[in-house]
Write a protein of this length. Structure first.
Length: 248
């Protein structure tokens, strides 16, 4: 058995171009000799390209049937491929996406309307975040790009709760407001609820003042703000009266 494994070939000829090549030059195949196809990758790709030109309907039908039968299996590969393509050529992805939306305007509009209706809070937060990013760029503030996964990880760092009242979050807060020169980057973003986000507004009195917002309510995580004790207000450190009663 050991001798057989040691003598396993590392090269074989292609049945189409008849050139002997390494096994790595052949596509994998479970039922093929040595676990590889009989044709090398170059010949195999050329053959598929010719079929796609001469019989596009048949090829597309086979690919569609394969994707429908292997949705769960192909999903990780599709996501990885889309991310790689987005990084390599974002303009190409944008053009293809815009062309598809233009050719399927009714379908695209219906899908987006249904998604927004089912994810109203998330869509509101995404829209507001995009507006804040545009505002930061117009003001020449620092803007550092981040992915959705990084943003969710940032929200999870704060317990996926409003960092002020510790209730459920449905908004994204710029700790240092964009109007005060705050940057649009992960370090300046925290989860908040709509109530606390509205009450804070554009108030800003320095990093030390911002740290007091974390300890605004001293109780443990609560779902109703009426259960949390409100600390006494120190008016000497407050610059904006609408947010005075929230600052310690």
């Amino acid at each position: 058995m050991t001798a057989t494994l040691a003598e396993a070939p590392t090269r074989k000829p292609c049945t189409r171009c008849e050139v002997e090549k390494d096994l790595d030059a052949f596509p994998r195949a479970k039922k093929g000799l040595h676990g590889r196809r009989s044709q090398c990758k170059e010949c195999h790709n050329a053959h598929r390209a010719r079929l796609r030109r001469e019989q596009p309907e048949i090829v597309l039908a086979k690919e569609k049937a394969y994707r429908a039968a292997n949705v769960a299996r192909n999903r990780p590969y599709q996501r990885e491929w889309k991310r790689a393509e987005q990084v390599a050529d974002p303009d190409k992805v944008r053009r293809r996406r815009n062309a598809w939306r233009a050719a399927n305007a009714a379908h695209s509009r219906a899908w987006w309307n249904a998604w927004r209706a089912a994810n109203a809070d998330r869509w509101r937060a995404i829209t507001r975040l995009a507006q804040q990013r545009r505002r930061a760029r117009r003001r020449s503030n620092l803007v550092l790009p981040f992915t959705q996964e990084q943003l969710l990880a940032r929200m999870a760092y704060w317990g996926s709760r409003c960092y002020m009242c510790r209730g459920p979050w449905n908004a994204i807060e710029h700790v240092k407001p964009v109007s005060w020169g705050g940057g649009h980057l992960l370090a300046n973003l925290r989860p908040s609820c709509t109530s606390c986000n509205t009450r804070k507004g554009s108030a800003w009195n320095g990093p030390a003042w911002a740290m007091t917002l974390v300890d605004l309510y001293h109780s443990s995580i609560c779902t109703t703000r009426s259960e949390a004790p409100v600390p006494e207000v120190s008016m000497s450190a407050v610059r904006y009266s609408p947010f005075a009663r929230l600052v310690t």
